[in-house]
Design a protein around this ligand. Structure first.
Ligand code: ADP
Length: 433
């Protein structure tokens, strides 16, 4: 291995790919890598499979962006590898039409990657820890598609392509479900015949685990150990996790990400009989119903306008206002549930696009939690959002005890920017070294 180790974290979503490149000196790798890795670049590919595809990549001083029409993840990853100079053939030999609209001196440089960290949403029954993607493990990974059909197949595709182009790099897989592995059975199982758990492994897997691990570690580094924490990861997908003594003891997503909170397009919890009744009334199949609950419900379903929370706040009609109230109400209820599960609450954390940016949502939620010793300070609450709008993702993380509560009650409330790619790189280094 060289003196400096380069890692790329690849986070494949259903229609997007986020990626970040990190560097660490070999001599620092045995210390906590999370503290010593330095982000040297990050990028995003969005709207894969639509005519509105976009590619962005930036380093501290340079940036590049282009509009493209990526048919699928394979095309998108191939393009990314070419742009980063990691492809066998670094010219644009494919027939993708590129409209470059922002180019500030960024050329593909001869970057040598030593480790690729891939995000897998669900490790299923096989994987509860980060793993090296050996041939044997890849066969097992391919059996997990049905557990996360929107995510795992794209992650596996990404892994296969990158392994082909970077045969000397270690390919590591990091699982969101791993953080939830120790949830006690009483919280993990559903009250249906026990055979379904024994035979089919029907249980709560939980998601957003990479984000929860990161938040847990950042809090620990900045504030020391906190016993009972509720973390609200509120993005397009949303969940809450109860972290007791550093481990997840319950979380709101379940066997699939459909359970729990109301989300951008997912319903979250509802009376389990409703889908059966609606299927009959609407004369639709089970998979059509499943699609409605996953893609047409939540904020989009209630507002009828948008799934996007930032946009929702611009609408003043009664159903958009109701969508906001319903969203907040469900967050409030889950925090209460988890305070009960942990027999108390020592800290509340907001993260994810909505959690980090919407002071309005935090105010609405915090305003209903005075019984837990939570009192949100209006000024600090607003400033927290401004901080995250200017958040600089480059370089190393700073541990300077700077994370301050946005509340004045006895239970602190933190707004922490999550960084799943950084956490993945750190976990991959811990595995390889
Ligand atoms: P993903 O789950 O896809 O990673 P993010 O964590 O990026 O999603 O969160 C996306 C959500 O955050 C969107 O609903 C977006 O509207 C919302 N969001 C982003 N900025 C703001 C803001 N300033 N106010 C309210 N919501 C915001």
């Amino acid at each position: 291995m060289p003196e400096a180790i380069n890692i790329i974290s690849v986070n494949c979503g259903s229609s997007s790919i986020k990626f970040s490149i990190f560097k660490i000196l070999e001599k620092s790798v045995k210390n906590n890598p999370l503290l010593n890795i330095e982000r040297t670049g990050f990028g995003k590919i969005e709207e894969i499979g639509t005519p509105f595809g976009e590619y962005h990549f930036e380093t501290k001083n340079k940036n590049y962006a282009a509009k493209l029409n990526f048919k699928n993840h394979i095309e998108a990853i191939n393009f990314m590898l070419r742009k980063l100079g990691l492809h066998h053939n670094s010219s644009n030999s494919s027939n993708i039409k590129i409209k470059e609209f922002r180019k500030n001196g960024l050329n593909a440089s001869a970057l040598k990657i030593d480790i690729v960290a891939h995000r897998f949403v669900n490790g299923g029954k096989y994987f509860n820890e980060p793993i090296i993607a050996s041939k044997k493990n890849i066969v097992k990974l391919s059996k997990l598609d049905e557990l996360a059909p929107l995510h795992n197949p794209s992650s596996l595709k990404g892994l296969e392509i990158m392994a082909e182009y970077m045969p000397n790099a270690k390919q590591v897989c990091i699982f969101d479900t791993a953080f939830h592995k120790n949830i006690p059975l009483c919280a993990k199982l559903y009250p249906i015949p026990i055979d379904y758990y024994i035979k089919y492994n029907i249980k709560k897997f939980g998601f957003h685990g990479i984000s929860y691990s990161y938040i847990n570690e950042i809090l620990n580094l900045n504030r020391g150990a906190i016993k009972k924490i509720a973390v609200c990861h509120l993005g397009n997908g949303a969940s809450i996790c109860a972290i007791k003594n550093g481990a997840s003891i319950d979380t709101s997503m379940g066997y699939t990400p459909l359970e729990g909170l109301m989300m951008g397009t997912r319903s979250g919890n509802l009376d389990p009989s409703i889908p059966f009744i609606l299927q009959e009334k609407l004369n639709i199949s089970g998979s059509e119903m499943y699609n409605i609950l996953n893609k047409k419900s939540g904020v989009l379903g209630i507002s009828g306008k948008t799934y996007d929370f930032k946009e929702l706040l611009n609408y003043k009609d009664k159903y958009s206002k109701l969508a906001f109230k319903m969203y907040a109400y469900r967050v409030i209820k889950f925090i209460g549930q988890y305070a009960a599960s942990m027999n108390g609450l020592d800290a509340l954390v907001f993260t994810g696009g909505i959690g980090e940016n919407s002071s309005l949502l935090r105010k609405e939620v915090g305003g209903n939690l005075s019984y837990l010793g939570i009192k949100i300070d209006n000024k600090k609450n607003k400033e927290a959002s401004q901080y995250f709008q200017t958040f600089n993702a480059h370089g190393k993380i700073k541990v300077n005890k700077s994370i301050k509560s946005i509340g004045t009650g006895k239970t602190p409330v933190f707004v922490i920017h999550t960084d799943e790619e950084r956490q993945m790189a750190s976990e991959a280094l811990n595995l390889v070294f």
